[in-house]
Write a protein that binds this ligand. Structure first.
Ligand code: NAD
Length: 257
């Protein structure tokens, strides 16, 4: 095996992907499995998780465990890590991807809307990362990848809580990178541009919205879950061992323009 192949390999690693049953999480899971990682997929829908696990096992030959959990609820995070460890005996990578959004003008946002976004996008990500990092600190190594967004950096109408959460993800990524570096845990973020998934379906279904998104994307195509997956692979594998506290914009050039 050449050195480069080894540096980008996920052989004998175990990766936990939250929201791994569909969309970007599924794309990330597929790329990690293709590079040799076994997987733990966590989400709410058992049916979606089972389909995703069956497909990945068949296509890539890696072992996949599933955990049904609502990550917006306080309390499950340590148990989820324990489940991964009891199945595989190790946990090398966390991809903190699960998320949802509420679209409403700022002036109409209710506390419940705010809580719905924050409880998964920021609090859930924070405590899932803490639970994984507690194990990784003991194990002496680990990689954590948080999903950020264009709205971590730029303002978009009607998603004020989402933007606040994703801005928080960038600060959290840096704070964790700093505190966890002595434990040999790398923490980075990926900020995707527009990818067609359940979360963005409404925007894609609107022809004007779709044309506007494309007009703002210098590379003139939308992203795919795999585009995000390849960035995640780099941040998950040994090739990125000296990278921490970084955010990688995988956005077709949106934030450069
Ligand atoms: N699609 C995009 O264009 C885009 C752009 C930037 C960032 N993101 C981010 O990427 C991540 C994935 O988004 P997506 O577009 O694939 O969306 P999606 O709706 O297709 O997938 C979200 C996943 O998260 C899971 N999830 C949601 N709430 C959960 C909860 N409370 N507990 C457990 N699992 C939960 C869902 O079950 C699903 O598997 C999100 O963090 C999102 O904010 C998406």
């Amino acid at each position: 095996m050449s050195d480069v192949t080894k540096q980008f390999s996920m052989k004998n690693k175990v990766s936990l992907v939250t929201g791994g049953g569909r969309g970007i999480g599924l794309g990330v899971a597929e790329v990690l499995a293709d590079a040799g990682s076994d997987l733990v997929l966590v989400a709410r829908s058992e049916a979606q998780l089972k389909d995703a696990a069956g497909m990945i096992e068949k296509r890539y030959g890696q072992k996949v465990d599933i955990v049904c959990a609502d990550l917006s609820k306080v309390g499950d995070y340590g148990d989820i890590v324990e489940m991964a460890l009891s199945r595989f005996g190790r946990l090398d990578v966390l991809v903190n991807n699960a998320g949802s959004n509420v679209r409403k003008p700022f002036l109409e946002f209710e506390v419940e809307d705010f809580e719905r976004v924050m409880s998964i996008q920021l609090r859930g990500a924070y405590f899932m990362a803490q639970a994984a990092a507690r194990h990784m600190a003991q194990a002496g190594a680990g990689k954590i990848i948080n999903l950020a967004s264009l709205s971590s950096k730029l303002a978009f109408p009607n998603i004020s809580a989402y933007g606040a959460a994703k801005g928080g993800i960038l600060s959290l990524t840096k704070a964790m990178a700093l505190e966890l570096a002595p434990k040999n845990i790398n923490v980075n973020a990926i900020a995707p541009g527009y990818v067609r998934t359940s979360m963005t379906e409404a925007a894609f279904a609107n022809p004007d919205g779709k044309a506007w998104m494309l007009s703002r994307t210098p590379l003139k195509r939308f992203g795919t879950p795999e585009d995000v997956g390849y960035a995640a692979l780099y941040l998950a594998c040994p090739a990125s061992d000296w990278v921490t506290g970084e955010v990688m914009f995988v956005d077709g050039g949106w934030t450069a323009a």
